[in-house]
Write a protein that binds this ligand. Structure first.
Ligand SMILES: C[S@@+](CC[C@H](N)C(=O)[O-])C[C@H]1O[C@@H](n2cnc3c(N)ncnc32)[C@H](O)[C@@H]1O
Length: 243
């Protein structure tokens, strides 16, 4: 059993849901109102952040205690690693000084969240750190709800994948699972559309963009999206079984 340093603050990984403030949990609200420091990941120094918008709408005074953590929008882990290291150290400095800190992520922090990388570094470098995760409503659940699109029932298998992969991977995943959720479809939406058509699954998929926000868009005939660049906050869900 690791002995905790009593003076150090506690790190909360807080999921703030997919956009709609009503999908922020009571627990997230309580923790974010109580901590003196809230870290919010953002793309570039000035970029607007969905997580920031969710919490500033709901928590009076949140803006004053937010510190942005800048991560570039690149896939290359070797380029991202120094940013994760720097962010983890910034957070640790605050924890070490005795302050409780929250790191917020859209949706759930342990599903493709930046929090995962920070957690790994903090646990390795500062194993005495006390950490608690407040789960959030993931965008997968919110998209499925918005589109009235069931994710899985009975003995069905579901895969959640980051779509930044090649055609072989997309096809293989669709062959192996009853439902596939393609997060971050950005660069390969056209490929997903082609493969889904080839496999005769066009009528059994949905594209959901910015779900639970006023800009939500749901497209059931995804062929309409060919050639278009999808929003970062979007996903495609495909089911093999006819609904
Ligand atoms: C870095 S991942 C974060 C996932 C998040 N932790 C979750 O639990 O939903 C970012 C991806 O989540 C999905 N996403 C997040 N919010 C969304 C929303 N409001 N509508 C649709 N997709 C969303 C998109 O696929 C986006 O590319």
């Amino acid at each position: 059993v690791t002995k905790k340093t009593p003076a150090a603050g506690k790190l909360y990984g807080v999921g703030v849901g997919p956009g709609d403030s009503e999908l922020l949990t009571l627990k997230a609200l309580r923790v974010l109102a109580a901590v003196p420091v809230i870290f919010v990941p953002q793309k570039e120094a000035e970029s607007e952040s969905l997580a920031r918008a969710i919490i500033t709408r709901q928590i009076p005074g949140a803006e004053g205690k937010i510190t942005g953590l800048v991560f570039p929008m690149v896939r290359d882990e070797t380029r991202l690693a120094p940013f994760w290291e720097r962010a983890a150290e910034t957070i640790w400095q605050r924890l070490e000084s005795g302050q409780d800190c929250a790191l917020v992520n859209v949706g759930d922090p342990l599903l493709y969240g930046t929090f995962i990388h920070i957690l790994k570094i903090i646990q390795k470098k500062h194993p005495q750190a006390e950490v608690e995760v407040v789960p959030g409503v993931s965008s997968v659940n919110a998209a499925s709800a918005a589109a009235l699109f069931p994710l899985a029932s009975r003995d069905q298998r579901i895969a959640i994948v980051s779509a930044e992969r090649d055609a072989g991977f997309i096809r293989e995943t669709l062959e192996k699972f009853d439902t596939v959720v393609f997060m971050k479809p950005g660069s390969i939406l056209d490929q997903i559309i082609d493969i889904v058509e080839e496999m005769g699954l066009t009528g059994q998929c949905v594209y959901v963009q910015k779900c639970s926000t006023p800009e939500q868009e749901i497209v059931t005939d995804i062929r309409r999206l060919r050639g278009k660049k999808p929003d970062y906050f979007s996903m495609v869900i495909v089911r093999r079984e006819k609904w």
